[in-house]
Design a protein. Structure first.
Length: 235
């Protein structure tokens, strides 16, 4: 939902509008908007930058990570796979769920081990009615190199996830600290999406370590289906 907020006063003479894809009734959203405006006002007051210019550069500060809550509709997602096909989330028709595993990229040895483990459990997920995909912000070249060098030949691999899409899913973004890393990439995230397109559960990380274990996730899915256990954390 778009949230447009204008501020009028003698102290803040310019109408500052912020477009946020979040709930405008969320108190955290309001705090974020007013914080952004305060920063821009300081630029005007102490650096003399006109509000007209600040209105243009304002979105630079507006990079809030949006959290998708369980039971909410997930963002649309469409991207290419390394097998030269096109994948779209809204076109998936799993019996139960779609499992999206966001990984950091070719440079990450922890991701290699994690996805190779996932590949060995694809049949287990399929037997439970779960479609699986792994995806990253890697380029086509890097993603296809990943497919060749890692033991993941049967795992669907999506590439060139945009920074905007990564942020829409609430992923954390990192800059490179070595030549092996791409200039910018997302940190890991795991999302279990129901067949109706709503989020059931997720795990989002700022580091490559200590990710959810796939055996534990399989057991959790068994429990969820056996007990008709509802999604939690939606409040």
């Amino acid at each position: 939902m778009a949230c447009f907020i204008s501020i009028h006063s003698s102290t803040y003479p310019y109408n500052y509008k912020v477009n946020l894809s979040v709930n405008p009734n969320d108190v955290n959203t309001h705090y974020w908007v007013y914080f952004n405006y305060f920063v821009l006002h300081m630029f005007n007051r102490y650096l003399g930058l006109p509000y007209e210019l600040l209105h243009i550069i304002g979105p630079i500060f507006n990079k809030k990570i949006v959290m998708i809550k369980p039971t909410q509709k997930t963002p649309e997602l469409e991207l290419d796979l390394i097998n030269d096909t096109r994948w779209s989330l809204h076109k998936q028709s799993p019996d139960k769920y779609t499992l999206l595993v966001f990984y950091r990229g070719l440079h990450c040895p922890v991701c290699k081990k994690y996805l190779e483990d996932l590949k060995t459990k694809l049949k287990d997920f399929s037997n439970r009615g779960v479609n699986v995909i792994a995806l990253s912000m890697d380029s086509e070249e890097r993603a296809k190199k990943t497919g060749k060098e890692w033991d993941i030949e049967s795992l669907p691999i999506g590439f060139e996830l945009s920074e905007k899409a990564a942020r829409d899913w609430g992923l954390f973004i990192s800059n490179s600290i070595s030549e092996k890393e791409p200039k910018i990439f997302s940190e890991p995230g795991l999302f279990l999406v129901k067949a109706d397109g709503t989020l059931y559960c997720s795990a989002i990380q700022t580091m490559p370590f200590a990710r959810p274990d796939f055996d534990d996730l399989l057991k959790a899915i068994d429990f969820i289906e056996d007990k008709d256990y509802p999604a939690r954390g939606s409040k």
